[in-house]
Design a binder for this molecule. Sequence first.
Ligand code: NAP
Length: 343
Amino acid sequence: MEGKRILVTGGSGLVGKAIEKVVADGEGRPDEQWIFISSKDADLTNAADTKCLFEKHKPTHVIHLAAMVGGLFRNMKYNLDFLRNNLHINDNVLHSAYEMGVQKVVSCLSTCIFPDKTTYPIDETMIHNGPPHTSNFGYSYAKRMIDVQNRAYYEQHGCKFTSVIPTNVFGPHDNFNIDDGHVLPGLIHKVYSAKQNGTALSIWGTGQPRRQFIYSLDLARLFIWVLREYNEVDPIILSVGEEDEVSIKEAAESIVAAMEFKGELIFDSTKSDGQFKKTASNHKLRKYLPDFQFTPFNKGSSGASESSRDVYWLFTGSYHYDITVGTVISALKCHVMMQQAAL
Ligand SMILES: NC(=O)c1ccc[n+]([C@@H]2O[C@H](COP(=O)([O-])OP(=O)(O)OC[C@H]3O[C@@H](n4cnc5c(N)ncnc54)[C@H](OP(=O)(O)O)[C@@H]3O)[C@@H](O)[C@H]2O)c1
């Protein structure tokens, strides 16, 4: 039997890099050829470019990650761009996959796209049950359309196109930009700068909102499982359990402890909190994979350990972070240097 050619769009991003690493570290199989692409290979907002890319690589399978992605504040500023770019990218990728006879596509949604007013925990059946939070409606509606398209491609053409719904992802190759990035890398960057400058740490919002965080390499393993084993068109939530949800304040305190920051913490409540919580159920995932082990967000959160040993995931390498440590520090230094050069 001929092997699989697996095209990963968004291969240069946080999740794509994690899949590349997991594949390189032994999850890949001899009959699989993995192709990781970025926007340098094709602008997926452009239909002709996307078609050319598919004709060039002739994938049998696709993991579709490419998207305009950003944290709360970038979403609030550019809702139209998030909507249009992501609608174009998703339509181009799914239609090229259909035209090329791709056997399976796994696309990526997000728990950010669930209805703002809802009951908890949220599950896979509730995606379309009401408007998303106003802060990121552009991104959310574009992502929701992937699920609609998957159903339509299945009903009209029998395509095996499905999607996964991860919670907030953290790991190597994250975006450490304070204005544009997600909460954890943004906080790490702010603590780094506050330490350098001897200033207080300003945390945007009240610190009360709650989030579930998934380590990118755990997510990568689950993506590969979905590609090989999961046969539903309906999406599946990829998340740690509800009991592992933490507040932004707790997350900030963990980072502060891990980085041994001794200065003052200020919560700037003039800045938006975004959606208060989006607690997701991983019940469906647990039915398939009851024994999957997630990397703990903060090993020392019980308070039993010394502060410098909290948040092992960040700096000590106790879990998978031996490589991450170097990546985080150099990414931060690089970013700070670039900012200074721009001044
Ligand atoms: N990060 C999270 O917390 C999170 C949570 C839930 C879901 N997700 C979803 O997971 C997926 C991956 O997210 P991520 O955090 O890995 O994102 P990321 O680090 O921002 O990477 C985005 C990727 O998409 C590519 N891309 C963007 N615009 C493109 C275009 N016009 N044409 C071709 N490629 C383009 C980028 O290529 P370049 O490097 O060349 O720009 C990059 O490889 C996304 O679909 C996102 O919505 C992420």
